[in-house]
Design a protein around this ligand. Sequence first.
Ligand code: NAD
Length: 274
Amino acid sequence: SDVPDIELNNGTKIPQLGFGVFQIDPADTADAVTNALEVGYRHIDTAQMYGNEAEVGEAIAKSGIPRDELWITTKCNNSNHGYDDAQSALDESLQKMGLDHVDLYLIHWPLPGKDLYVETWKGFEQAQRDGRTRAIGVSNFQPHHLDRLLAETETVPAVNQIELHPHMQQAGLRSYHERHGIHTEAWSPIGQGKGLLDAPELAEIAQAHGKSAAQVVLRWHLQLGNIVFPKSSTAERMRENFDIFDFELTVAEMGRIEGMEKAERLGPDPDKFD
Ligand code: NAD
């Protein structure tokens, strides 16, 4: 496939473009993932919180695609922080998906009010040593949360999965990640579709390349080095979002999109979310 692999800090290789299943109804998830695999996606991003891991596993089993050609990420739910609970939550996810390991396991939110993310991370290190996950990472961590993992544990997260799109570009976190060998995963990469994709800047750039606004934004992510997994329920858009390897944005176009920054979140502030 055209999708490049990105080598993470523990040597594992993740496809830079995947498919996300947040807010896909469990009843529709097996079909959506089956469609995505047919389009060519080999990286699926799910979470215990999404309630659709079993259906993701169903589609994987039905596909017949060899396990080592797939990259499966799931996330530890907020109710399962702690050294032991984080590990039993992973066992439960594996059982639901019918897998003996995932490729990437993430702490979904830091929950600073609970202050258990360091203990949770130590449970993740154990799960990785046991082979229940090939890589471990975090999501929605701010620099001061990452600072504590770096100071108090042995393992630098392979990724931090954060809200990132042209209206919320996260320059500070991206440079922190670069300094520490952490790869950036961008959630809601196309800003959930609404609003962002109507921006006139994107329409102009899209027209210049004969592409859509969504394809331009996804291409911007790839050129920044971000890992992305846009969500879609229709096969047509899944194909559109996958068809981003035959054009390149110019430096000027990249700069124009950089100018769209509004520091505007769609989701919660990680420091205020418990
Ligand atoms: P997204 O930016 O991927 O947007 C998806 C929405 O955009 C779709 O529901 C559809 O309405 C629209 N869309 C999709 N393709 C389009 C196209 N080609 N043209 C026009 N509109 C299109 O938003 P998302 O689903 O929130 O994020 C993607 C993935 O990121 C999720 O599925 C999930 O895996 C992950 N995520 C993680 C967190 C976290 O806290 N870690 C939070 C949110 C999302």
